[in-house]
Design a protein around this ligand. Structure first.
Ligand code: GLN
Length: 472
């Protein structure tokens, strides 16, 4: 069972060769063992299901691991934070509900950076996640539990969210596939918010076909999220083996300085593979992309400071005892409940939005965001797909960057521009450097999911990456 992709498992269940209950029991046991091992294990999960849900539909009962920040009715949904300890929502997020409606069963909730703020999963109030390729290293973040679980074979596939890179970067560091779709294509209803103009849900899977299948059952307009949209065409499971005529643009700004040599080597080898499949490679310019991180670290904290104002000890989770009065209760609850990175972002965001500074920071960052989107629009006049490494380095050691937030923020150098522009991007494993996986990112214009999945699938077949060494 461990050798099957989720799509293969769904086919076998549909064909009567495999029972959904057996598959669920198999993965439940593996996930529960990791949870029971605590800090000795990979620490991928914050909750594991006791029993199998109903399994009718095209996803045939294949179990699904879901990032902690998706609300799941009656099941702990804490967004990696102590301030939501014990919170069990009365409803389920639309994305999860749709997948359950299509026959996926909830296997587990996955560990993550607190409120999705982080690139290493070391910001979780429930302890760090370890990378199954090397347990002394981080899995990436913030969807690190989802990525490590899929890479280690503790879940067939998983849901994550990506605000500035949190699906693509952990997928890259764990040697699996991760896709952030076009902003708005998946409903954010029931996703515990970080930065609402950037947050998007997406799949973390073993291969590209699994990503297409899972995403195809999540997308679509939802009356509960006014920013959600209908994709102009249905998502198809990819089958193209060639890249004839596909124009791939390589931006100098995201493929030079700051990217590790071993990562660049694997990236260039993947481009050569693309050429042998018929693609045309050309250099393009994204002149404002290097300013993406600066804009992101004003905009995302600004939105977070507003979204996180609701955690006051009154409505959800933690409430500090022994407060003198209401204000004291708010203050103590937030003091005790939020971790250091979350406090840093709330302070940064509050500052950036304060009167007198609003134009200088927030207003300017919004203008940079527009420039970045315009760069992409201009580039897509010449090319169909843009390729970059997903992350500048391979997985780094636990503790290596925790003392230096700016070094940590650089992880998202290549992924943040696409988030700011709202365009889709996929990361696929493209090789190893020092025995650790390297991710290749492909990005396209809004609603080009099918094109990206086709290109990623063709490359995946040609590259033949083998992730089985990470399975536990
Ligand atoms: N690492 C980035 C951050 O800390 C992105 C996180 C995300 O995409 N959720 O904000």
């Amino acid at each position: 069972m461990l050798g099957l992709t989720a799509s293969e498992a769904a086919e076998k269940i549909a064909g009567g060769e495999l029972s959904a209950a057996e598959l669920f029991a198999f993965y439940r046991e593996r996930a529960a063992a990791d949870r029971a091992a605590g800090a000795e294990g990979l620490n991928c999960f914050t909750w594991v299901a006791e029993e199998n849900g109903s399994a009718d539909g095209p996803l045939g009962g294949v179990p699904l691991a879901v990032k902690d920040l998706f609300c799941t009715e009656g099941v702990p949904s804490q967004s990696g934070s102590k301030i939501l300890e014990g919170y069990r929502p009365p409803y389920t997020a639309t994305a999860v509900q749709r997948l359950q409606g299509a026959g996926a069963t909830l296997l587990a909730k996955t560990n993550q950076d607190e409120f999705a703020m982080g690139s290493s999963n070391e910001n979780s109030a429930y302890g760090p996640v370890r990378n199954p390729w090397d347990r002394a290293r981080v899995p990436g973040g913030s969807s690190g539990g989802s990525a490590a679980a899929v890479a280690a074979g503790l879940a067939p596939w998983a849901l994550g969210t990506d605000t500035g890179g949190s699906i693509r970067q952990p997928a890259a560091l764990c040697g699996i596939v991760g896709m952030k779709p076009t902003y708005g294509s998946v409903s954010r209803y029931g996703m515990i918010a970080f930065a609402s103009s950037l947050d998007q849900a997406g799949p973390l899977t073993r291969d590209v076909r699994d990503a297409a299948l899972l995403l195809s059952h999540m997308v679509g307009q939802d009356p509960c999220d006014a920013t959600s949209l209908q994709l102009p065409e249905p998502l198809a499971v990819p089958s193209a083996e060639r890249l004839d005529g596909v124009r791939i643009g390589v931006p100098g700004e995201l493929t030079g300085e700051g990217i590790e040599a071993g990562v660049l080597e694997a990236f260039r080898a993947a481009l050569e593979e693309a050429v042998s499949l018929g693609a045309e490679i050309s250099e393009i310019a994204l002149p404002h992309a290097p300013h993406g991180l600066s804009a992101y670290y004003v905009l995302a904290p600004a939105e977070a400071s507003s979204n996180l104002a609701r955690y006051d000890g009154v409505r959800y989770g933690l409430r500090a005892p022994e407060a003198r009065d209401l204000l004291d209760m708010y203050t103590r609850t937030r003091h005790d409940g939020f971790g250091a990175e979350v406090k840093r972002r709330v302070m940064l965001g509050t500052y950036a939005l304060s009167s007198g500074y609003y134009d200088a920071y927030y207003g300017r960052a919004q203008r940079v965001r527009t420039k970045i989107a315009e760069d992409f629009a201009a580039a897509f006049g010449h090319v169909d797909v843009i390729a970059t490494p997903t992350a500048p380095t391979v997985a780094f050691a636990l503790g290596e960057k925790t003392g230096d937030p700016l070094a940590m923020y650089l992880n998202d150098y290549c992924t943040v521009p696409m988030s700011l522009a709202g365009i889709p991007a996929i990361s696929i494993p493209c090789g190893l450097s020092d025995g650790l996986p390297v991710g290749l990112q492909l990005a396209g214009p809004a609603f080009s999911e099918n094109r990206l999945l086709d290109a990623a699938y063709a490359l995946e077949q040609a590259l033949g990456f083998d992730g089985s060494a990470a399975r536990v």
